[in-house]
Design a protein around this ligand. Sequence first.
Ligand code: UGA
Length: 438
Amino acid sequence: MRVTVSGIGYVGLVTGVALSYIGHTVTCVDINEEKINMLKNGISPIYEPGLEELMSKVRNKINFTTDYKSAYSTSDVIIIGVGTPEREDGSANLDYVNSVCEQIAESLRKNCIVVLKSTVPIGTNDEIERKLNNEVKTSIKVYVVSNPEFLSQGTAIHDTLFASRIIVGTDDKYAASVMHKLYEPLTKEPYNVPYLLTSRKSAEMIKYASNDFLALKISYINEIANLCKSLGANIEEVSKGMGLDSRIGNSFLKAGIGYGGSCFPKDTKALHWLSTINRIELKTIKACIEVNETQKLILFNQLKKDLVDLHGKTIAVLGLTFKPNTDDLRDAPSIINIVNLLNSGANVKAYDPVGINNFKKIIKKIDMNNCYNLEFYESIDDAIKDTDAVMIMTEWPNIVNYDVAKYKKLMKVPRVYDGRNCYKLESMKDIIYFSIGR
Ligand code: UGA
């Protein structure tokens, strides 16, 4: 099948590479020439473990171009994977989706299936199908199918090939049969991915409801963790005990300093916005968002309580990305914490194995006048040397496996605020140690 994937971010690129791996001929289109040139040279513009290796395996079945006209005009299936970032009011911004649809409308020369993988408000697929069919020649028919994505950054290849499920939203028999053909290899050995056909609106809702449920689980466990701490229980034992109940499940019960990334913060706000304008406010999601905002500051507030005045203090921040195995910093808890530290007069020494360049871009946009108090380090030893406290934001393996004796050896005072519960309590006995829910 000839497939074009539009938008070369995490979703688009991984989808394109995975589809070519299972046998389709794929063209990836993006307006960003620099990205396309990197991809042509076998270099991934995003940090995703295993992606470049898979790209090299499929290089004869995939090509990258900015020439959207010829790509769209010859495709059987066009997959849209562009971003839908949040607007200030929390709603999803569909500008990228709309501009790709305009390009598709002007390029199509034959009937085509347009698959929307981007996360969009309920009803968007209907609207796009109506618009596209109005704009193309009357002899051409466009079928729009909702096909939400469930991959996580850092494990994106595995999450696509061995997906938890493939959701295909369409009421049209022809579109359903083409979609089945597209994904058939993944429904068989060795992948055996469950395949569910739904209406378009249900498929759109499955995406939001799934992401928001996971976010809710995190906010819930974070609140339980805070209560555990004040009552003397241990959240790790509690999560383990809860997770043994298969009705609850053991994933997404890891307490920490709150969720970040490009999905949960945006999708909780978008669903809350959508519910509010439909006058059925989702109170659980509202609470989930509020809990997360407070949780992000739990280390900072404790540090301030302990040290009273942060002015002139030197604080190391270990881990900048919103989670390990990605260079993505969107909505990462590290940002607000570093901004608060700098605004309180502290000097910050920041460490991350891959996220420093992206962090520099973000902090530049914030345009703070005390940025000169922020320095970046490529080694944990150098970052924590002579500091008054360490704050851990991301559970990168080299932070988790760090020799904790060095906190005592290298810091001015061994004082560690661990937002990801990286260490066993027994190993931190000689260190002033604050962790989550323990
Ligand atoms: C999330 C979903 O997990 C994917 O299924 C979905 O496809 C994706 O969003 C998307 O909509 O594109 P992702 O944002 O890559 O994936 O990352 P997650 O692994 O879900 O983590 C999100 C945040 O939750 C991270 O900040 C992580 O540290 C935090 N988290 C996760 C916890 O605090 N505790 C947990 O137990 C799990």
